[in-house]
Design a protein around this ligand. Structure first.
Ligand code: TRP
Length: 364
């Protein structure tokens, strides 16, 4: 039988989703869903993982779950084609995590570069919560529970995929071929892989206040673009401008399509020509920012409008999440059954076991 193609991906619910999530992952998911190449698509809200570093903010996580669900639906993730679920509602994931913990060393976890950075960011150096430290293992459970072959995520998740593959290989080596080794699917183009904040800082993050949210109003988007970081040495229009580190141009790399020039800036044939003029001097930031605003509004308006429609029936959104979680749980339970069998801990559904033991003890 040919191996099924299964997608799994998710997000931590710590706030509304922003355009960094969009270009890094959401946009791709919708394309993959439309492409019809995959046998199953699972998209989940990683609330249990969010709690590993927000343990004292349960209400924030709870509020963000529905925000993320709305953002998914607004972007066009369709519950008829993709199973959308909430991580904490799948207890099988905890059990898998517990068994996988035996396959990973502390030293291996300490080498994870994403976890290293996060520990610094959260000032956890002196006292790392065990749950946070081990979240890469729980992420391996998320992925393998659904026998995912393909995990579309940003490049910061590469260490998690590597860790997952190692766990799968060790598990299969020790217990026999049971789990599926997943592959990462990175976004196309470097701009989409790491969209900087509006302040030009490395990453969009709520705590830095440098995000453009998918649910921002048109005015908010326009205001945020107006205040965006460009090239601090580009003071007069006639000054030559720099593209490196210039957030406005990085956003254009991520969002601009040739047809945008026809629609909004037809004196340039393409982005290369616009960049060349900017670098040469004679092109002001205001004009480039207006162009970017037009492009963002074109992309974000339908998302914003669709979100409003879903916001009108919140009970239906929870209902969708409940159904998705039930369906996901069935799949995870099957994998857990395979895992228990492979690990020889399926005592009560194995008739041979009891017979063999009875024979061994000479009572037959
Ligand atoms: N760690 C991911 C993030 O921060 C979220 C996540 C949890 C995830 N489990 C996953 C992504 C499994 C892909 C697959 O964005």
């Amino acid at each position: 039988m040919e191996k099924k193609k299964i997608i799994l991906t998710g997000d931590r619910p710590t706030g509304r989703l922003h355009i960094g999530h969009y270009v890094g992952s959401l946009r791709r998911r919708v394309e993959l869903q439309q492409a019809d190449e995959y046998d199953k698509i699972f998209i989940f809200i990683a609330d249990a993982q969010a709690l590993t570093d927000n343990i004292d903010e349960p209400e924030k996580v709870r509020q963000s779950v529905i925000e993320v669900a709305l953002d998914y639906l607004a972007c066009g993730i369709d519950p008829a084609k993709s199973t959308i679920f909430i991580q904490s509602q799948i207890p099988e994931l905890c059990e898998l995590t517990f068994y996988y913990m035996d396959l990973v060393t502390v030293a291996r976890l300490q080498r994870n570069p994403t976890v290293k950075t996060e520990i610094q960011m959260r000032h956890f150096e002196a006292s790392i919560p065990v749950g946070f430290f081990t979240y890469p293992i729980s992420q391996a459970a998320d992925i393998t529970a659904f026998k995912a072959t393909t995990v579309p995520v940003g490049e910061d998740q590469e260490p998690m995929l590597e860790q997952t593959r190692e766990i799968v290989r060790r598990f299969n080596h020790i217990y026999g071929e049971t789990l599926v080794e997943p592959e990462i699917l990175l976004p196309d183009g470097t701009a989409s892989r790491r969209l900087p904040g509006t302040d030009g800082k490395a990453k969009m993050s709520k705590s830095l206040g440098n995000c453009i949210y998918l649910s921002d109003t048109a005015d908010e988007v326009a205001e945020k673009v107006k205040g965006m970081y460009t090239d601090p040495t580009h003071l007069k229009v006639s000054d030559p401008g720099r593209l490196e580190g210039n957030a406005v141009f990085t956003y254009l790399d991520a969002f601009c399509k040739p047809e945008h020039f026809e629609r909004y800036l037809n004196e340039y044939p393409d982005l290369e020509a616009l960049k060349a003029h900017y670098t040469r001097g004679g092109l002001g930031d205001v004009k480039v920012k207006k162009f970017l605003t037009a492009i963002l509004q074109e992309e974000l308006t339908p998302i914003r409008e669709r979100r409003k429609v879903f916001e009108k029936d919140i009970p239906a959104v929870y209902d969708m999440l409940r159904k998705g979680s039930e369906a996901a749980r069935e799949t995870a339970a099957q994998t857990l059954g395979d895992v228990r069998r492979a690990m020889r801990i399926n005592y009560f559904d194995d008739q041979d076991l009891i017979r063999e033991q009875a024979k061994r003890f000479g009572r037959e």
